[in-house]
Design a protein around this ligand. Structure first.
Ligand SMILES: *Cc1c(COP(=O)(O)O)cnc(C)c1O
Length: 432
């Protein structure tokens, strides 16, 4: 079937797109359609010069003086304040630090402590069974260390489980496999009514969809710096705590940067009064410099409508992809594994390939990448019914409508032809 959306239609939409100039903020290789910004954001053009400045001037010449003179010591807070603008948090409520996993450990343990103080009978941590595994592994440790039980539920069963034995609910707002987006305000309201604290993972939300942590009444949140925030591989993540919890918040990684007076070198720990108490060790200045450049690429959309405008374009891009996929890819053996309703979807679309379809989904993705269209592959759950996933992230800062068209066209050709059968595409790399 010929697509009802032509490449010319897509090119016309790019011409009309007021956000299109934001793409110039990135150094994207020619000939590549990059649809994996949900795993690793693209390189901002400003990052190389910024890191060179940090290296040659701030470190090279300033040496240790740069902790004061170049503002290194306040960088976790300064970059945190910028991220706060993207997630509905106030200045001083959010710090950039550590990895998402470490931050989740800190706030989940702090939440568990608060919940137990408030009601000793609350001894369950609820999480979504299919969440990104690192979140579950961390929750396992926190539960064990606090003498609590970890209960893993299907997403649709979570609300009904929020009863008076539950201490904490931890959930990733946008699911890493399906792209399903939880209604944060609704779940926070249900949790609060049941006396349950919420810990949100915004790994696939920050910089991708509008988030309003304070407006939703969330309790705690963590997120990732290297996905839609374009902070670079291994960029620091972030953590946020609602102001109502801060005074009594005790997180377990009591390093000196979270101390009220790090340079007083006292033998006993006293937490900093503010969100700095969520810091642990010395901030990674190179990583924070790159992260700040990445966050700035998202903030550059503020004069053009900010996260709302980015979201509108993200929905249009993914709807365009789904419409083209319905016409060309579903008949070729794929299924739509993301919610069709954009209100229930983040900024990615996942296609499923059934294990018994005769198509090696991993090899098909490698063949697609060899054609210059970069998405990624996530293995199915091992069951005969669990499809392998081809994931495509739509980053409205740099993805064009023609990219969507070209990606569907290339994947259609890959699925129709035999090139994915070449042995070189079947060899599994360490990172998929
Ligand atoms: C990407 C992602 C992470 C990453 O954690 P790291 O500690 O940065 O490796 C964690 N949780 C979720 C849900 C993610 O999507």
């Amino acid at each position: 079937m010929n697509p009802t959306i032509s490449r010319e239609d897509c090119a016309a939409r790019d011409v009309a797109d007021v956000l299109a100039p934001l793409r110039e903020q990135f150094e994207l290789p020619a000939g590549v359609v990059y649809l994996d910004g949900n795993s690793l954001g693209a390189l901002p053009a400003a990052t190389s010069a910024r890191l060179q400045q940090v290296l040659a001037v701030e470190w090279g010449r300033g040496l240790i003086r740069s902790w004061n003179d170049a503002g290194w010591i306040g960088m976790a807070q300064r970059v945190g304040d910028k991220i706060a603008r993207l997630v509905g948090a106030a200045p001083g409520e959010l710090v950039a630090a550590d990895s998402t996993s470490v931050n989740l450990y800190k706030v989940l343990a702090a939440a568990a402590t608060i919940a137990r103080e408030d009601g000793a009978s609350r001894r369950v941590i609820v999480a979504e069974r299919s969440n990104f595994p690192t979140d579950l592994y961390i929750a396992e440790s926190v539960a064990r260390q606090h003498g609590m039980d970890l209960e893993l539920l299907e997403f649709d069963d979570i609300e009904a489980r929020l009863r008076d034995d539950v201490a904490v609910l931890t959930v990733t707002q946008v699911h890493y496999r399906s792209g399903r987006m939880a209604d944060m305000a609704r779940l926070c309201a249900r949790a609060r009514a049941a006396g349950v604290l919420t810990v949100w993972d915004l790994a696939h939300s920050a910089g991708a969809v509008p988030v309003d942590l304070n407006g939703a009444g969330a309790d705690f949140a963590v997120g990732c710096g290297y996905k839609y925030l374009n902070g670079g591989p291994g960029a620091p993540g972030f953590c946020w705590v609602h102001a109502r919890h801060l005074a009594r918040l005790r997180q377990p990684l009591t390093g000196w940067m979270g101390h009220a007076a790090p340079f007083a070198f006292e033998p006993g720990y006293r937490p900093a009064p503010g969100i700095e108490r969520c810091l642990c060790g010395t901030p990674p200045i190179l990583g924070l410099g790159a992260l700040e450049c990445g966050v700035d690429t998202v903030l550059a959309a503020e004069p053009l409508g900010g996260m709302q405008a980015l979201r509108a374009k993200s929905v249009q891009l993914s709807q365009c992809f789904i419409e083209l996929a319905r016409q060309r890819l579903l008949p070729a053996g794929c299924t739509l594994q993301s919610p069709a309703d954009p209100r229930q979807r983040g900024s990615q679309v996942s296609l499923g390939v059934a294990p018994d379809s005769g198509i090696d989904a991993y090899a098909a993705m490698q063949a697609l990448i060899a054609r210059g269209v970069v998405g990624d592959y996530r293995a199915g759950d091992g069951s005969a019914a669990g499809p392998h996933l081809l994931r495509f992230g739509f980053t409205p800062l740099y993805t064009r409508f023609v990219d969507v068209f070209d990606a569907v066209h290339a994947l259609h050709e890959v699925l129709q032809g035999a090139e994915w059968r070449q042995p070189r595409f079947a060899a599994r790399a360490a990172v998929t």
